[in-house]
Design a protein around this ligand. Sequence first.
Ligand SMILES: Cc1cc2nc3c(=O)[nH]c(=O)nc-3n(C[C@H](O)[C@H](O)[C@H](O)COP(=O)(O)O)c2cc1C
Length: 353
Amino acid sequence: MPTLWDEVSVGRITLPHRLAMAPMTRSRALPDGSPTSLMAQYYTQRASMGLLITESVQPSGDGQGYLLTPGIYRPEHVAAWRQVTDAVHAAGAHIFLQLMHVGRTSHPDNTPHHRQALAPSAITPGTEILTSAGMQASPQPREMTNDDIVKTIADFRHAARQAIEAGADGIELHGANGYLLHQFLSPNANHRSDKYGGSTKNRSRFVIEVATAVADEIGSDRVGIRLSPGQATGGIDEGNGVAEQYHHLVATLEPLGLAYLHLVQIGDEELLRHIRHTWSSALLVHRPGRDLDTLSNDVETGTADIVPVGRWALANPDLIERLRDNAPLNEPDPSTFYGGGRAGYTDYPTLND
Ligand SMILES: Cc1cc2nc3c(=O)[nH]c(=O)nc-3n(C[C@H](O)[C@H](O)[C@H](O)COP(=O)(O)O)c2cc1C
């Protein structure tokens, strides 16, 4: 029976234990999308997490939704990420960049070119987003043409290559939480009548084409994907067909031989069992806000190979040591989650402090 503290292989890499750092946007990149030395310090401080899945990184100007998020599509981004990956590797950890295209969850004020957002259909998410002028409604996006789809897949492919050139161990496709890939999957966000909409199979097509392209570009064993079946964020409502949608999607992704599948598990245990049975490489199961016993239980019962954690890792640079020693944890401070400097970022104390 595996335990939380056993090694595990993911694609080309071997990790020292079954915890990992979940992706968390912190909005501390430069306005041009370059990561900073402070970001290198933040990730390096958390090296004992073994696998660091970065905050969302946009693969193109179109892919940006939030202020001060990093990109990986220009030469200066590659050079700046190299400083992060070198520092993380020197500290003994591995790093996957999470590639996120936000689709309609955006605002022209927040993108470098200020263009109308792209989405599967011209349907607003009905949500607000933080801009430099305060909270504003995300405006109606433009329905992607076939050329837009081809270009967006090429952008993902390019970004994956750039991530590897920047020294990353791999990339995670963000197919969860209501962003572009999830928008294609969801019948209330995707009203297309071409081969990318209508049926379960058609709604899955864009996600599969993106995954196939990046796997072809950098090797499937350096690609993970995050999915959140049934999660109603960003105006998403997947309706009654969630199980059918994700049975099909996971069964079609499986033969690609990706490094891992990262599930945000929000309740359907039967679907989770089905996916565990279908998926043969590493399965990361992320149950938001759970305790250590639940994490251990998921590993010991074989439900998950790896159990990523978010806010615990954000607030505790030495989380692994604290969990091993049963020491108390620092509380995360939500007021410093997005944007700012060192406060609430690199100044959370360790036990030694
Ligand atoms: C500040 C913050 C930023 C987040 N940004 C991302 C993100 O960029 N990509 C993503 O997939 N999830 C993101 N999440 C969700 C986390 O990965 C995770 O699922 C969530 O925090 C719940 O897990 P936890 O209880 O372990 O924190 C974010 C969460 C927080 C708190």
